[in-house]
Write a protein that binds this ligand. Structure first.
Ligand SMILES: *Cc1c(COP(=O)(O)O)cnc(C)c1O
Length: 447
């Protein structure tokens, strides 16, 4: 078998797959924070474009990918599906291991798959500028690239500790023409209030979200873009699973295990959801989600309504949550440090259709180093969780079975974390049950 399964450009999917109409239990609606009533489209209009709001609630199983979006996708899509022969050999397993390589985008991760359509729909509706938050900088990179492609301005609120400690992502974002402010900033009321109280505040993702949402809500020509969790983001990421399905068919193979890491659930959802109809009709495919033990949303969180941000500005989503004020330990997989997960992924986890496993960061870095030593590429710390899970699953698999995992990004801008690992300076974190129970007490009771 060829080691790289390359989908011809003409066979790139022309539609995304929307899982909403196929869910065995319908998705619980997002609720308005004040009243607890379901959110209506007009409530979202100040911060999102119409096309995105429609996709968020769409009953259509297939949604056309606009031609200008396909045009930008073609800069790096279709991405290869790669057979990890050398990893299989090192492990001594008799199953086959494949990885879908999303590290080949300009941003180095899967995130442009949604940044591109979000920028396109905003530009088409006359929006001039997008505001967003970024933690370690991967989402800010993807959105600034996409804005550049469609002639939009872009403002990124970057968590201050990363802004100061990780200058390379910030420089990359600047190089795509976006402005980057350390959050908390003096650009928003939320930021000014925090700085008045605590001038040295190092920021958090929840706080940066609050700043970006406020920026969008208070400027007529500006809207907001989110890089994970929401239905439309997961929808855009299904291009990954749809391509994978075609590539496996080209190789005459069927997946037995689909594996991905989960931060907000978008890359994982994008890989597995297109296979949901096959699984529901009885095909034996297992969906395995990998998360950090330091932020064990699916494995230890509760499935209930909670806010998406610390300032409680966002609608309430029914999801697995550790509590909106949960402060995950400072692990190096910054993209996996979120208290909630995509409602679609959680809905399926609650049904037992998605299985979740959690790992310590040292075990994940060890897996990443084995991948690097065999397959050559250096994975992002987030991706290392998928690799660890894929290795475990491969060891459990039967001869001839297929393990497919999503290689969500490269680690070439995460070298400080590899340095820390190689020096033996990485600490494994796990929160006590009391900590988690305490954090969950802040969740609203709407169900
Ligand atoms: C952001 C990110 C993740 C986690 O986000 P999801 O929404 O869960 O996909 C995983 N891997 C990489 C490389 C990322 O940049």
């Amino acid at each position: 078998m060829e080691s790289k399964i390359i989908l011809p450009e003409r066979d790139m999917p022309r539609q995304w797959y929307n899982a909403l109409p196929d869910l065995p239990t319908p998705l619980a609606p997002p609720l308005e924070p004040g009243s607890g009533k379901p959110v209506t489209p007009d409530m979202l209009a100040p911060i999102f474009p119409q096309a995105v709001i429609e996709q968020e609630m769409s009953p259509e199983a297939r949604i056309d990918i606009p031609e200008p979006v396909l045009d930008i996708y073609r800069l790096f899509r279709p991405t290869p599906l790669v057979r990890a022969h050398r990893l299989e050999k090192a492990l001594g397993v008799k199953c086959k291991i494949f990885y879908k390589d999303e590290s080949r985008s300009p941003a180095g991760s899967h995130k442009p798959n949604t940044a591109i359509p979000q920028a396109y729909y905003n530009a088409r509706e006359g929006v001039k500028r997008l505001a967003t938050e970024t933690g370690a900088g991967q989402w800010g990179t993807a959105l600034s690239f996409a804005c550049k492609m469609f002639g939009l301005q872009c403002t990124v609120y970057m968590v201050k500790v990363s802004y100061n400690q990780k200058p390379y992502r910030r420089i990359l974002i600047n190089s795509y023409g976006a402005e980057v402010f350390p959050s908390p900033s003096d650009k928003t009321q939320t930021g000014r209030d925090i700085l008045a109280k605590d001038p040295d505040c190092q920021g958090s993702l929840g706080l940066a979200i609050s700043e970006a949402v406020e920026d969008a809500a208070t400027h007529e020509d500006t809207k907001y873009a989110l890089g994970s969790v929401l239905n439309h983001v997961v929808l855009h990421q299904t291009i990954v699973g749809l391509e994978t399905e075609k590539q496996l068919a080209m190789a005459g193979e069927k997946p037995d295990f689909l594996v991905g890491c989960v931060g907000g659930g978008s890359n994982f959802g994008g890989l597995v959801l297109p296979f949901l109809p096959r699984k529901l009709s009885g095909e034996k495919i297992r969906f395995i989600a990998a998360e950090p033990k330091a932020c064990p949303t699916l494995t230890r969180g509760q499935f209930r309504y909670d806010y998406g941000d610390v300032a409680r500005l966002t609608p309430l989503l029914k999801m697995h949550t550790l509590g909106h004020a949960y402060m995950p330990a400072p692990i190096h997989a910054g993209g996996l440090r979120y208290h909630g997960d995509a409602p679609i992924v959680c809905n399926l986890a609650a049904e037992g259709i998605v299985e979740a496993r959690s790992y310590f960061q040292n075990d994940c870095f060890e897996a990443a180093r084995l991948f690097q030593a065999t397959e050559g590429f250096l994975p992002a710390p987030e991706t290392s969780h998928a690799i660890k899970a894929a290795i475990d699953v491969a060891r459990e698999a039967e001869p001839g079975q297929n393990v497919v995992f999503l290689f969500s990004g490269h680690g070439l801008l995460d070298l400080a974390s590899y340095d820390a690992y190689m020096q033996g300076n990485l600490v494994d974190f796990e929160h006590s049950q009391e900590d988690i129970d305490e954090s969950l007490k802040a969740c609203p009771t709407f169900d």
